[in-house]
Design a protein around this ligand. Structure first.
Ligand code: NAI
Length: 257
């Protein structure tokens, strides 16, 4: 039997971008810990999410009226909202010189403005002990070549720090996780050179799985992390911690052989 994380059972938690990938893994894991999950996405339905504890609702994170409607519905419920995972995200793999204004705006709208709207509309419903988790990226800790995506995730770090400061006095914790290369539909379209370099620069020498990100997100939502706020947690097999030094270390090891 899995040990339950404290404080998740019976809590209402909203997860965005939850129709597939990491969001779906998070929704299912949280429901497994007894939470009532409102899983949202732009997809028409989410067959991966069938099971007890998860209800699906269509919500485009860039549309403020949809956040407003969700907040109004949640406000009518008896159990207070205790968690939000700002997981929805899109990538745009282009270098700065090749980034068109429309693509830039679209990426910032989903990855940065979406979480801002979610926090603004849902935090007022949250009581002491609630937790918000933003899903950043190892791109937010590096100069990853994807200009719009990288910038949007760096901005999300700023939003996380501001929100942790502003909502801390109300007992609401706000943290951000930074996944490395995780096998999902998003990375299935990554160029071969990106996959190979990422692997070469990751000390654990493998890619991550959606479930491995979900475990850390669930921990941050639970009371086990009751004094963790404003934190940034890489989930990347030490990719960002070594900052490219693995390449140097591997080459030296080969030379010394
Ligand atoms: P994914 O592409 O499989 O899932 C993303 C989900 O977000 C999809 O279900 C999509 O429909 C939804 N979505 C897109 N635009 C939306 C919108 N406007 N409103 C609501 N939902 C929307 O990708 P994955 O890997 O599960 O990504 C989840 C999060 O993790 C994203 O924020 C991504 O940037 C981040 N991330 C992913 C990494 C990876 O290697 N897969 C690495 C680092 C961060």
């Amino acid at each position: 039997m899995t040990d339950l994380l404290p404080g998740l059972a019976g809590r209402t938690i909203v997860v965005t971008g939850a129709a597939r990938g990491q969001g779906a893994a998070e929704a299912l894991l949280l429901a497994g810990h007894g939470a009532r999950v409102v899983a949202t996405d732009i997809a028409d339905d989410a067959p991966e999410l069938s099971g007890p504890g998860v209800e699906y609702r269509r919500l485009d994170v860039t549309v403020e009226d949809e956040w407003r409607a969700l907040a109004a519905d949640l406000a009518r419920e008896e159990t207070p909202l205790r968690g939000l995972v700002n997981n929805a995200g899109i990538t745009h793999r282009a270098r700065l010189g090749d980034t068109e204004r429309a693509d830039w705006d679209r990426v910032i709208a989903v990855n940065t403005t979406g979480p801002m709207l979610g926090i603004r509309h849902l935090a007022p419903l949250m009581s002491v002990g609630s937790s918000i988790v933003n899903v950043g990226s190892s791109a937010a800790l590096t100069a990853h070549y994807t200009a719009a995506y990288t910038t949007s995730k760096w901005a999300l770090r700023g939003l996380t720090h501001v929100a942790a400061n502003e909502y801390g006095p109300r007992g609401i914790r706000v943290n951000i996780v930074h996944p490395g290369f995780i096998e999902t539909e998003m990375t299935a379209t990554a160029p071969q050179a990106m996959r190979a370099s990422q692997l070469e620069l990751t000390p654990l020498e493998r890619f991550g799985e959606a479930g491995e990100v979900a475990q850390v997100v669930a921990f941050l939502l639970s009371d086990a992390a009751a004094y963790v706020s404003g934190a940034e947690i890489p989930i990347d097999g030490a990719f960002t911690a070594v900052g490219g030094a693995k390449l140097l270390s591997d080459r030296i090891a080969r030379e010394l052989k």
